[in-house]
Design a protein around this ligand. Structure first.
Ligand SMILES: Nc1nnc(SCC(=O)Nc2ccc(S(N)(=O)=O)cc2)s1
Ligand SMILES: [Zn+2]
Length: 258
């Protein structure tokens, strides 16, 4: 199976997932001066107030908070999107102690971590799985995490991490509204890309916010107590550096909201 190690990491994924060498792979290095402002790009609108988080789980690659996506309760719309996209889950990517772990980079600079809010086009497709294989099926909102003071709400996620230390563990996680994890500005870059982990489907409209949120080293450290490995496995592989490096742009244009 795939992972982030020497034997099963991003440089090997192409063997089982040939899409890894495709023309619209993610993440990418974003170069702001090569991402012109497009006046036709409206603002993005997030309606998360009725959202229903269900559980938090360690899937062996990241920690994921899943939502009830059986109706249009929580959606993202506007910006580059032609339809509202339904919130399905959010998860994080992070580095090791002291080194950075974001997936997108900005002029070669990486942040400490990156939060991905994953949405799917329930107007055009009947299921997440079907949308995940369509060129306009998914919209992922990427938010950079930088280090500084404690984030006043992130503790609600980090306090639950001890419950999902091992791969395949899951615990209830109701009533969490991810709106509290947004930065003050919703200015963004957008481009056509892919899932950043296998199956690497080229089905994502990426919306990456320019302004990072600030979390503390202590809060980030709690993510590193998670394990890639399951309770029954003997080796204790600490979950860290679960990020894919930037991929070739292959002529794609990155646009900027104002
Ligand atoms: N038919 C299918 N069902 N499910 C899948 S893939 C499951 C899934 O949500 N994968 C996923 C992988 C990476 C990302 S990410 N890091 O946000 O690009 C988001 C989501 S394909
Ligand atoms: Zn992700």
């Amino acid at each position: 199976h795939w992972g982030y190690g020497k034997e099963d990491g991003p440089s090997i994924w192409h063997k089982n997932f040939p899409t890894a060498d495709g023309d619209r792979q993610s993440p990418i290095d974003i170069i702001p001066k090569e991402a012109p402002c497009d006046p036709n790009l409206g603002q993005i609108v997030l309606n998360y107030d009725q959202c229903t988080s269900l559980n938090i789980t360690n899937n062996g690659h990241s920690v994921v908070v899943e939502f009830d996506d059986t109706d249009d309760r929580s959606v993202i719309q506007g910006g580059p999107l032609d339809n509202p996209y339904r919130l399905k889950q959010f998860h994080f990517h992070w580095g090791g102690k002291g080194c950075h772990g974001s997936e997108h980079t900005v002029e070669g600079m990486s942040y400490a971590s990156e939060l991905h809010l994953v949405h799917w086009n329930a107007v055009k497709y009947k299921s997440f799985g079907q949308a995940a294989e369509a060129p306009d099926g998914l919209a992922v909102l990427g938010i950079f995490l930088d280090t500084g003071d404690d984030h006043r709400w992130l503790h609600m996620v980090t306090d639950a991490l001890y419950m999902v230390k091992f791969k395949a563990s899951v615990t209830d996680f109701k009533g969490f509204n991810p709106k509290c994890l947004l930065p003050s500005s919703l200015h963004y870059w957008t481009y056509l890309g892919s899932l950043t982990t296998p199956p690497l489907h080229e089905s994502v409209i990426w919306i990456v916010l320019k302004e990072p949120i600030i979390v503390s080293e202590k809060q980030l450290g709690k993510f590193r107590m998670l394990l890639f490995s399951g309770e029954e496995e003997d080796q204790r592989l600490r979950m860290e550096n679960n990020f894919r490096p930037p991929q070739p742009l292959k002529g794609r244009k990155v646009r900027s909201s104002n």
